[in-house]
Design a binder for this molecule. Structure first.
Ligand SMILES: [Zn+2]
Length: 159
């Protein structure tokens, strides 16, 4: 092995989540032998052999993860997904359910298997309100946010 380089060669272990630098594909490390790292690319089988230099390890947690300590101590923790701290807003116009407002939670979310991060929107309430939960891309979130601002401007201009 060439140890003259200043940077330490990344070490990979079976189960690590990695990104293939050239193609931006993501996958999970399977077997490692003879300098070849077999990666099971998401959605594609069988595995493909790569050299360590072709791969970049993906951090266990998303940068925004609010559960980094739990995930570091217990990588296979029940809910292994990464969540940011939620931003919550109580909706006071309507409809209250069982006397309680509907709450709108917005946060960043990444599935445990390290796919793309998305924005998570959830409506919830106590009582019998049937909540709604959906995931949108960062771009969709920006467009919706811009639409909300435009609509808010219209409402305030009508006063
Ligand atoms: Zn995490």
């Amino acid at each position: 092995m060439n140890n003259h380089s200043k940077t330490t060669a990344p070490l990979f272990n079976p189960g690590d989540r990695v990104r293939v630098i050239k193609t931006d594909e993501r996958g999970t490390v399977g077997d490692i032998s003879g300098g070849w790292i077999v990666v099971l690319i998401d959605g594609i089988e069988p595995g493909h052999g790569f050299r360590a230099a072709d791969l970049e390890r993906l951090d266990r947690c998303a940068s925004f993860c609010d559960r980094k300590e739990i995930h570091a101590a217990e990588p296979n923790y029940d809910d292994g997904s990464c969540w940011s701290a939620d931003q919550s807003t109580a909706l006071n116009v309507e409809p209250f359910v069982m006397g309680m407002p509907i709450i709108f939670d917005i946060g960043a979310f990444r599935e445990a298997d390290n796919t793309e991060s998305v924005v998570s929107l959830t409506t919830r309430s106590t009582g019998h309100y049937q909540g709604v939960d959906f995931k949108i891309t960062a771009d969709e979130a920006r467009r919706i946010a811009a639409s909300l601002v435009r609509a808010a401007d219209l409402v305030e201009g009508d006063r």
